[in-house]
Design a protein around this ligand. Structure first.
Ligand SMILES: Nc1ncnc2c1ncn2[C@@H]1O[C@H](COP(=O)(O)OP(=O)(O)OP(=O)(O)O)[C@@H](O)[C@H]1O
Ligand SMILES: [Mg+2]
Length: 357
Protein backbone atom coordinates (compact mmCIF):
# COMPACT_ATOMS: atom_id res chain seq x y z
CA UNK A 1 0.00 0.00 0.00
CA UNK A 2 1.24 3.49 -0.82
CA UNK A 3 2.06 5.47 2.28
CA UNK A 4 3.40 8.62 0.67
CA UNK A 5 3.00 9.98 -2.83
CA UNK A 6 4.73 13.10 -4.07
CA UNK A 7 3.37 14.53 -7.30
CA UNK A 8 5.32 17.27 -9.05
CA UNK A 9 6.48 18.87 -5.79
CA UNK A 10 8.16 22.22 -6.37
CA UNK A 11 9.61 24.51 -3.69
CA UNK A 12 10.83 28.03 -4.35
CA UNK A 13 12.31 30.25 -1.65
CA UNK A 14 11.52 33.91 -2.16
CA UNK A 15 13.89 35.60 0.24
CA UNK A 16 16.17 38.58 0.06
CA UNK A 17 18.52 36.68 -2.26
CA UNK A 18 15.84 36.47 -4.95
CA UNK A 19 13.94 33.39 -6.09
CA UNK A 20 15.64 30.10 -5.30
CA UNK A 21 14.06 27.10 -7.06
CA UNK A 22 15.27 24.56 -4.51
CA UNK A 23 13.05 21.59 -5.48
CA UNK A 24 11.74 21.21 -9.04
CA UNK A 25 8.96 18.85 -9.95
CA UNK A 26 9.75 15.87 -7.72
CA UNK A 27 7.43 12.84 -7.98
CA UNK A 28 8.13 9.84 -5.74
CA UNK A 29 6.17 7.03 -4.08
CA UNK A 30 6.89 5.27 -0.83
CA UNK A 31 5.15 2.03 0.13
CA UNK A 32 4.26 1.32 3.76
CA UNK A 33 7.22 -0.27 5.52
CA UNK A 34 9.63 0.64 2.71
CA UNK A 35 12.81 2.69 3.11
CA UNK A 36 13.67 5.26 0.44
CA UNK A 37 17.08 6.91 0.41
CA UNK A 38 17.47 10.40 -1.05
CA UNK A 39 21.02 11.24 -2.08
CA UNK A 40 22.65 14.29 -3.60
CA UNK A 41 25.35 16.86 -3.02
CA UNK A 42 25.04 19.81 -0.68
CA UNK A 43 22.40 22.23 -1.96
CA UNK A 44 20.57 19.71 -4.15
CA UNK A 45 17.32 20.30 -2.25
CA UNK A 46 17.17 17.22 0.01
CA UNK A 47 16.37 19.00 3.27
CA UNK A 48 13.99 21.37 1.52
CA UNK A 49 12.08 18.35 0.21
CA UNK A 50 12.11 16.71 3.67
CA UNK A 51 10.78 19.84 5.34
CA UNK A 52 8.11 20.28 2.67
CA UNK A 53 6.72 16.83 3.51
CA UNK A 54 5.40 18.09 6.86
CA UNK A 55 5.12 21.77 5.91
CA UNK A 56 8.07 22.73 8.09
CA UNK A 57 9.50 25.23 5.60
CA UNK A 58 10.06 28.92 6.38
CA UNK A 59 7.28 31.33 5.47
CA UNK A 60 9.01 32.65 2.36
CA UNK A 61 8.96 29.21 0.74
CA UNK A 62 6.28 28.55 -1.89
CA UNK A 63 5.30 24.92 -2.35
CA UNK A 64 3.20 23.45 -5.13
CA UNK A 65 2.23 19.94 -6.20
CA UNK A 66 0.72 17.23 -4.05
CA UNK A 67 2.07 15.47 -0.97
CA UNK A 68 -0.31 12.64 -0.19
CA UNK A 69 0.21 10.92 3.14
CA UNK A 70 -2.19 7.96 3.35
CA UNK A 71 -4.06 9.65 0.52
CA UNK A 72 -4.49 12.98 2.34
CA UNK A 73 -2.80 16.06 0.88
CA UNK A 74 -0.46 17.57 3.49
CA UNK A 75 -0.30 20.84 1.54
CA UNK A 76 -4.00 21.60 1.83
CA UNK A 77 -4.62 20.18 5.31
CA UNK A 78 -6.10 22.41 8.01
CA UNK A 79 -3.76 23.33 10.87
CA UNK A 80 -5.37 21.12 13.49
CA UNK A 81 -5.13 18.09 11.25
CA UNK A 82 -1.55 18.91 10.28
CA UNK A 83 -0.50 19.08 13.94
CA UNK A 84 -2.06 15.70 14.59
CA UNK A 85 -0.35 14.22 11.52
CA UNK A 86 3.03 15.63 12.56
CA UNK A 87 2.86 13.78 15.84
CA UNK A 88 0.80 10.73 15.14
CA UNK A 89 1.63 9.74 11.55
CA UNK A 90 5.07 11.04 10.76
CA UNK A 91 8.16 12.18 12.64
CA UNK A 92 11.40 13.76 11.65
CA UNK A 93 14.96 13.23 12.91
CA UNK A 94 17.13 16.07 11.68
CA UNK A 95 20.87 16.42 11.39
CA UNK A 96 22.33 17.31 14.78
CA UNK A 97 18.89 16.67 16.29
CA UNK A 98 20.46 15.73 19.59
CA UNK A 99 21.04 19.44 20.22
CA UNK A 100 17.28 19.93 20.16
CA UNK A 101 16.90 18.27 23.57
CA UNK A 102 16.10 20.69 26.35
CA UNK A 103 19.15 20.69 28.68
CA UNK A 104 17.21 21.44 31.87
CA UNK A 105 14.49 18.81 31.53
CA UNK A 106 14.77 15.14 32.37
CA UNK A 107 14.84 12.69 29.46
CA UNK A 108 11.62 11.04 30.64
CA UNK A 109 9.71 14.31 30.70
CA UNK A 110 10.79 15.11 27.15
CA UNK A 111 9.97 11.63 25.85
CA UNK A 112 6.61 11.52 27.61
CA UNK A 113 5.53 14.97 26.48
CA UNK A 114 4.07 14.09 23.06
CA UNK A 115 2.17 11.17 24.56
CA UNK A 116 0.68 13.36 27.29
CA UNK A 117 0.02 16.42 25.13
CA UNK A 118 -1.85 14.36 22.58
CA UNK A 119 -3.76 12.41 25.20
CA UNK A 120 -2.26 9.13 24.05
CA UNK A 121 -1.34 7.92 27.54
CA UNK A 122 -1.94 8.52 31.24
CA UNK A 123 1.12 9.71 33.22
CA UNK A 124 1.73 6.19 34.55
CA UNK A 125 1.37 4.60 31.10
CA UNK A 126 3.63 7.28 29.60
CA UNK A 127 6.37 6.41 32.13
CA UNK A 128 6.13 2.74 31.18
CA UNK A 129 6.21 3.68 27.50
CA UNK A 130 9.34 5.82 28.04
CA UNK A 131 11.14 2.87 29.64
CA UNK A 132 10.09 0.69 26.71
CA UNK A 133 11.24 3.27 24.13
CA UNK A 134 14.64 3.62 25.79
CA UNK A 135 15.02 -0.14 25.81
CA UNK A 136 14.16 -0.24 22.09
CA UNK A 137 16.97 2.16 21.30
CA UNK A 138 19.41 0.19 23.45
CA UNK A 139 19.50 2.34 26.55
CA UNK A 140 18.77 1.29 30.16
CA UNK A 141 15.50 2.59 31.61
CA UNK A 142 17.30 4.37 34.49
CA UNK A 143 18.61 6.91 31.95
CA UNK A 144 15.08 8.33 31.88
CA UNK A 145 15.74 10.11 35.19
CA UNK A 146 18.83 11.84 33.81
CA UNK A 147 19.47 15.01 31.84
CA UNK A 148 20.76 15.35 28.26
CA UNK A 149 24.21 16.60 29.35
CA UNK A 150 24.82 13.26 31.08
CA UNK A 151 24.61 11.48 27.73
CA UNK A 152 27.08 11.10 24.86
CA UNK A 153 26.23 12.47 21.40
CA UNK A 154 25.31 8.98 20.21
CA UNK A 155 23.08 8.39 23.23
CA UNK A 156 21.37 11.73 22.71
CA UNK A 157 20.71 10.84 19.08
CA UNK A 158 19.23 7.53 20.31
CA UNK A 159 16.91 9.53 22.56
CA UNK A 160 15.85 11.56 19.52
CA UNK A 161 15.10 8.34 17.66
CA UNK A 162 13.09 7.14 20.67
CA UNK A 163 11.21 10.43 20.55
CA UNK A 164 10.49 9.94 16.85
CA UNK A 165 9.09 6.49 17.66
CA UNK A 166 7.06 7.64 20.69
CA UNK A 167 3.74 8.09 18.91
CA UNK A 168 4.19 4.99 16.71
CA UNK A 169 4.42 6.89 13.43
CA UNK A 170 3.85 5.29 10.02
CA UNK A 171 6.59 7.41 8.46
CA UNK A 172 9.99 8.56 9.72
CA UNK A 173 11.94 11.21 7.86
CA UNK A 174 15.61 11.03 8.79
CA UNK A 175 17.70 13.89 7.41
CA UNK A 176 21.40 13.05 7.86
CA UNK A 177 20.57 11.50 11.24
CA UNK A 178 24.12 10.44 12.01
CA UNK A 179 26.47 12.91 10.34
CA UNK A 180 27.27 14.62 13.66
CA UNK A 181 28.42 11.31 15.17
CA UNK A 182 31.71 9.48 14.89
CA UNK A 183 31.94 6.62 12.42
CA UNK A 184 31.56 3.71 14.87
CA UNK A 185 28.54 5.26 16.55
CA UNK A 186 27.09 6.15 13.16
CA UNK A 187 27.10 2.51 12.14
CA UNK A 188 25.39 1.52 15.41
CA UNK A 189 22.71 4.18 15.14
CA UNK A 190 22.05 3.34 11.48
CA UNK A 191 21.71 -0.35 12.30
CA UNK A 192 19.33 0.59 15.10
CA UNK A 193 17.13 2.67 12.81
CA UNK A 194 17.11 -0.10 10.22
CA UNK A 195 16.03 -2.76 12.69
CA UNK A 196 13.38 -0.56 14.30
CA UNK A 197 11.70 0.40 11.04
CA UNK A 198 11.76 -3.22 9.87
CA UNK A 199 10.35 -4.47 13.17
CA UNK A 200 7.56 -1.90 13.31
CA UNK A 201 6.83 -1.76 9.57
CA UNK A 202 7.53 1.98 9.49
CA UNK A 203 8.12 3.74 6.18
CA UNK A 204 11.30 5.81 6.08
CA UNK A 205 12.81 8.52 3.96
CA UNK A 206 16.49 8.77 4.78
CA UNK A 207 18.58 11.61 3.43
CA UNK A 208 22.32 11.58 2.97
CA UNK A 209 24.97 12.59 0.47
CA UNK A 210 26.57 9.17 1.07
CA UNK A 211 25.09 6.78 -1.47
CA UNK A 212 26.80 3.74 0.08
CA UNK A 213 25.16 4.31 3.47
CA UNK A 214 21.78 4.74 1.81
CA UNK A 215 22.28 1.66 -0.35
CA UNK A 216 22.94 -0.41 2.78
CA UNK A 217 19.88 0.97 4.59
CA UNK A 218 17.19 1.47 1.97
CA UNK A 219 15.09 -0.55 -0.45
CA UNK A 220 15.10 2.19 -3.07
CA UNK A 221 17.21 5.23 -3.87
CA UNK A 222 16.42 8.58 -5.44
CA UNK A 223 19.32 10.76 -6.54
CA UNK A 224 18.76 14.52 -6.60
CA UNK A 225 20.68 17.08 -8.60
CA UNK A 226 19.89 20.81 -8.58
CA UNK A 227 16.41 20.24 -7.16
CA UNK A 228 15.35 17.40 -9.47
CA UNK A 229 15.30 13.65 -9.09
CA UNK A 230 17.68 12.49 -11.83
CA UNK A 231 17.57 8.77 -11.06
CA UNK A 232 15.47 6.46 -8.96
CA UNK A 233 15.33 2.71 -8.58
CA UNK A 234 16.13 -0.30 -6.41
CA UNK A 235 19.11 0.45 -4.16
CA UNK A 236 21.44 -2.21 -5.51
CA UNK A 237 20.75 -1.19 -9.12
CA UNK A 238 21.27 2.51 -8.53
CA UNK A 239 24.37 1.92 -6.43
CA UNK A 240 26.02 -0.75 -8.57
CA UNK A 241 24.65 0.04 -12.01
CA UNK A 242 23.70 3.71 -11.99
CA UNK A 243 22.37 4.93 -15.31
CA UNK A 244 22.71 8.68 -14.80
CA UNK A 245 26.32 9.97 -15.01
CA UNK A 246 25.77 11.98 -11.82
CA UNK A 247 24.61 8.91 -9.85
CA UNK A 248 27.64 7.02 -11.17
CA UNK A 249 29.95 9.77 -9.91
CA UNK A 250 28.26 9.71 -6.50
CA UNK A 251 28.48 5.92 -6.29
CA UNK A 252 32.18 6.05 -7.21
CA UNK A 253 32.75 8.69 -4.53
CA UNK A 254 31.32 6.53 -1.75
CA UNK A 255 32.56 3.04 -2.51
CA UNK A 256 32.26 1.47 0.92
CA UNK A 257 29.84 1.81 3.75
CA UNK A 258 31.08 3.92 6.63
CA UNK A 259 34.42 4.75 5.05
CA UNK A 260 35.53 7.92 6.85
CA UNK A 261 37.38 9.10 3.74
CA UNK A 262 34.07 9.11 1.94
CA UNK A 263 32.71 11.95 4.03
CA UNK A 264 33.99 14.42 1.52
CA UNK A 265 32.83 15.99 -1.67
CA UNK A 266 32.52 13.41 -4.44
CA UNK A 267 35.90 12.74 -5.99
CA UNK A 268 36.13 12.46 -9.73
CA UNK A 269 33.32 14.94 -10.08
CA UNK A 270 34.83 18.19 -11.26
CA UNK A 271 33.32 21.58 -10.59
CA UNK A 272 30.69 22.63 -8.09
CA UNK A 273 26.98 22.06 -7.93
CA UNK A 274 25.14 24.92 -9.68
CA UNK A 275 23.61 27.89 -7.91
CA UNK A 276 19.86 27.21 -8.17
CA UNK A 277 19.29 30.89 -9.02
CA UNK A 278 21.45 30.52 -12.12
CA UNK A 279 20.89 27.01 -13.39
CA UNK A 280 22.63 25.94 -16.59
CA UNK A 281 20.36 25.65 -19.62
CA UNK A 282 19.22 22.20 -20.72
CA UNK A 283 20.34 19.41 -18.39
CA UNK A 284 21.57 21.10 -15.19
CA UNK A 285 24.37 18.56 -14.95
CA UNK A 286 25.77 18.99 -18.47
CA UNK A 287 28.64 21.39 -17.61
CA UNK A 288 30.10 18.76 -15.25
CA UNK A 289 29.13 15.70 -17.26
CA UNK A 290 31.91 13.53 -18.71
CA UNK A 291 29.67 12.00 -21.36
CA UNK A 292 27.46 14.90 -22.39
CA UNK A 293 26.17 15.28 -25.94
CA UNK A 294 25.79 18.62 -27.74
CA UNK A 295 22.04 18.72 -27.23
CA UNK A 296 22.38 18.39 -23.43
CA UNK A 297 23.06 22.15 -23.28
CA UNK A 298 19.55 22.85 -24.49
CA UNK A 299 17.49 19.79 -23.68
CA UNK A 300 16.27 18.59 -20.29
CA UNK A 301 15.23 14.94 -20.46
CA UNK A 302 12.43 13.60 -18.23
CA UNK A 303 12.73 10.43 -16.18
CA UNK A 304 12.73 7.40 -18.48
CA UNK A 305 12.73 3.67 -17.78
CA UNK A 306 16.38 2.73 -17.33
CA UNK A 307 16.72 -0.51 -15.38
CA UNK A 308 17.01 -4.06 -16.54
CA UNK A 309 15.13 -5.63 -13.63
CA UNK A 310 11.43 -5.94 -12.89
CA UNK A 311 11.27 -3.08 -10.34
CA UNK A 312 10.83 0.47 -11.67
CA UNK A 313 14.14 2.19 -12.36
CA UNK A 314 14.23 5.55 -14.12
CA UNK A 315 16.89 8.07 -15.09
CA UNK A 316 16.73 11.55 -16.60
CA UNK A 317 19.58 11.37 -19.10
CA UNK A 318 19.61 11.54 -22.88
CA UNK A 319 21.73 8.39 -22.86
CA UNK A 320 18.92 6.23 -21.51
CA UNK A 321 16.51 7.27 -24.27
CA UNK A 322 16.00 4.23 -26.48
CA UNK A 323 17.21 5.91 -29.66
CA UNK A 324 20.37 7.31 -28.04
CA UNK A 325 21.21 4.16 -26.09
CA UNK A 326 20.57 2.04 -29.16
CA UNK A 327 22.72 4.13 -31.45
CA UNK A 328 25.56 4.85 -29.06
CA UNK A 329 25.71 1.68 -27.00
CA UNK A 330 25.85 1.64 -23.25
CA UNK A 331 27.25 4.38 -21.10
CA UNK A 332 30.95 4.43 -20.37
CA UNK A 333 32.06 6.21 -23.50
CA UNK A 334 35.23 8.23 -23.79
CA UNK A 335 35.08 11.31 -21.59
CA UNK A 336 33.93 14.29 -23.53
CA UNK A 337 32.82 12.20 -26.49
CA UNK A 338 30.43 14.41 -28.37
CA UNK A 339 28.95 12.17 -30.98
CA UNK A 340 25.98 12.65 -33.20
CA UNK A 341 22.83 11.78 -31.30
CA UNK A 342 19.81 10.50 -33.10
CA UNK A 343 17.24 11.38 -30.41
CA UNK A 344 18.34 14.93 -29.84
CA UNK A 345 16.80 16.67 -32.79
CA UNK A 346 13.90 14.47 -33.66
CA UNK A 347 10.74 14.00 -31.67
CA UNK A 348 11.05 11.54 -28.84
CA UNK A 349 8.87 8.50 -29.29
CA UNK A 350 6.67 7.37 -26.42
CA UNK A 351 6.01 9.26 -23.28
CA UNK A 352 8.25 10.02 -20.31
CA UNK A 353 7.24 7.98 -17.30
CA UNK A 354 5.76 9.24 -14.11
CA UNK A 355 8.02 8.29 -11.25
CA UNK A 356 6.59 5.09 -9.81
CA UNK A 357 8.08 3.10 -6.98
N1 LIG B 1 15.62 29.52 3.81
C1 LIG B 1 16.18 29.55 2.61
N2 LIG B 1 16.10 30.67 1.84
C2 LIG B 1 16.67 30.70 0.59
N3 LIG B 1 17.34 29.66 0.03
C3 LIG B 1 17.45 28.54 0.77
C4 LIG B 1 16.89 28.42 2.09
N4 LIG B 1 17.18 27.18 2.56
C5 LIG B 1 17.88 26.55 1.59
N5 LIG B 1 18.05 27.36 0.51
C6 LIG B 1 18.71 27.03 -0.75
O1 LIG B 1 17.98 25.97 -1.35
C7 LIG B 1 18.89 25.04 -1.96
C8 LIG B 1 18.63 23.65 -1.38
O2 LIG B 1 19.02 23.66 -0.02
P1 LIG B 1 18.84 22.37 0.92
O3 LIG B 1 19.17 22.78 2.31
O4 LIG B 1 17.51 21.78 0.67
O5 LIG B 1 19.96 21.40 0.32
P2 LIG B 1 20.50 20.00 0.87
O6 LIG B 1 20.48 19.07 -0.30
O7 LIG B 1 19.77 19.60 2.09
O8 LIG B 1 22.02 20.34 1.21
P3 LIG B 1 22.97 19.75 2.41
O9 LIG B 1 23.46 18.42 1.93
O10 LIG B 1 24.06 20.77 2.49
O11 LIG B 1 22.17 19.66 3.67
C9 LIG B 1 20.29 25.58 -1.71
O12 LIG B 1 20.69 26.30 -2.85
C10 LIG B 1 20.12 26.52 -0.54
O13 LIG B 1 21.05 27.58 -0.61
MG1 LIG C 1 20.32 19.25 4.08
Amino acid sequence: MTLLELRDVTVTYRGTAGEVPAVRGVSLDLAAGQALGVAGESGSGKSTLAMALLRLLPRDARVSGEILLDGEDVLTMKWGRLRAVRWASASVVFQGAQHALNPVRRIEDQLAEPLLVHGLATPAAARRKVAELLEQVGMPAWRARGYPHELSGGQRQRVMIAMALACSPRLIIADEPTTALDVMIQAQVLALIRSLIAEHGIGMIMISHDLSVLASMCDRLAVMYAGRVVESGPSHEVFQDARHPYSRALAAAFPTVGDPASRMAPKGLGGDPPDPRHLPTGCSFHPRCQVSLPSCASREVELWPAGGGPAPHTAACVRVLPETAGAQGEHGEEPGAHGEEPGARGAVSGRPVEEVQ
